[in-house]
Design a protein around this ligand. Structure first.
Ligand code: HEM
Length: 359
């Protein structure tokens, strides 16, 4: 329990720091033009108004060039009235990122559906022993589900913000879509920092059992037996695929979406429009990849493998399940290297059978 409280304090503390990071942005003096230059452009414009009244074409050409001009806008980018690179970003966003990202996610979904139709749910060959082993403690499950819930909110709101205009707007109309988009954006901006905090907690809780071992590469090369109905490749508490998801998705993609997310969520650190567009691009591409990986994880963690969801719901797996899917982990428990029961206050039923499993 103490550990749970300490972690909770850490979570709230980190979120508090994130919320307090709200300084006000003020324009600095060195953005401003020299008095001579200001005077020169004013004279030039006045002369033009005499020859061609109301024709400000050169001014707007200059404004649209992306080059920094003279304005008294109180902003560090005040000199750039029109940031022309913004149009390139908009084209990329509404073009390749949305279209390719969308079809990529559809392709991953179809691949998972085809795999399910071919392989079906992966079960355990032997009968259950009735002896239970603790696979996840209360705190590991609680942090996992808070993390998973944040991810689902971010993924769904992100999908609405990226694809909604093309997929939902034509169906539900402007009023409903703008309501949905507003709720998604607000939810995304508030849940984002919390997700970043839960990612750190997940890393701290799960890293110790995710260090890669040589035999994990054998697991990966053989596809972990997922591509054959016979072969079962022995693995640790977490197999090569889970370890790859841990470092590739949770750590790498998680860090990328969190860092770029903070840049986008707190735009008061003098970020330029160009920097915001770059952060958006990296954020969107990493998020689409993250969603694709977690779709596979959710499939295997729900209908794709019998007993997996129970492990993350109750914390316990049957000895037969452990032996079949995580043989090295099971052998270590049998050998007494790893306790079959890690959290002190176990469910009476589970605790009883867990100690039996210890042999
Ligand atoms: C609704 C969404 C999710 C479901 C249904 C789900 C389901 C599961 C299940 C059943 C397990 C246990 C697998 C086992 O016993 O080996 C598990 C483990 C795990 N999940 Fe999830 N999960 C979800 C979302 C996430 C998200 C968003 C992340 C990370 C960003 C994540 C990271 C992990 C990690 C790290 C483990 C432990 C395995 C390892 O460390 O390699 N999960 N999940």
């Amino acid at each position: 329990m103490n550990r749970a409280i300490r972690l909770l304090v850490l979570l709230v503390g980190l979120w508090g720091v994130a919320a307090a990071a709200q300084p006000s942005g003020t324009a600095t003096s060195d953005d401003q033009p020299s008095p001579n230059a200001l005077q020169a452009s004013r004279t030039d414009q006045a002369a033009r108004q005499k020859i061609q009244p109301l024709n400000n074409a050169p001014t707007w050409r200059a404004a649209n060039s992306g080059a920094s001009g003279f304005t008294n806008l109180p902003d560090h980018e005040g000199g750039v009235l029109i940031q022309s690179a913004g149009e390139e970003w908009r084209q990329l966003r509404n073009g390749p990122v949305t279209i390719n990202g969308g079809w990529f996610l559809v392709a991953v979904l179809l691949l998972i559906a085809a795999y399910y139709l071919w392989r079906g749910p992966i079960g355990v060959t032997g009968p259950p022993t009735g002896r239970m082993i603790e696979r996840f403690t209360v705190i590991e499950r609680a942090v996992h589900w808070i993390n998973a819930a944040c991810f689902v909110v971010l993924a769904l709101s992100g999908v609405v913000l990226l694809f909604g205009k093309h997929l939902l707007l034509p169906v539900i109309g402007y009023t409903l879509f703008s309501l949905l988009a507003t709720i998604s954006k607000t939810g995304h901006n508030f849940v984002g920092p919390l997700f970043a905090v839960t990612l750190i907690a997940m890393f701290l809780l799960y890293v110790k059992d995710n260090f890669p071992r040589a035999y994990d590469f054998t697991w990966l090369i053989k596809g972990g037996g997922l591509l054959s109905r016979k072969a079962h490749v022995p693995s640790d508490r977490f197999n090569g695929g889970e370890k790859l998801m841990f470092w590739g998705a949770l750590v790498l993609l998680g860090t990328i979406v969190a860092v770029t997310g903070f840049i986008l969520d707190f735009p008061n650190y003098e970020q330029t429009r160009g920097q915001m567009q770059q952060a958006w691009m990296i954020h969107a591409v990493a998020a689409v990849l993250f969603i694709a990986v977690i779709m596979g994880h959710v499939y295997l963690g729900t209908i794709g493998m019998r007993g997996a969801l129970d492990a993350m719901k109750t914390g316990y797996v049957d000895e037969a399940w452990a032996k079949e899917h995580h043989a090295r982990w099971y052998e270590d428990i049998k050998a007494g290297k790893i306790p079959a029961q890690r959290s002190a206050q176990a469910g009476a039923r589970a605790a009883g059978s867990a100690t039996q499993a210890q042999g």
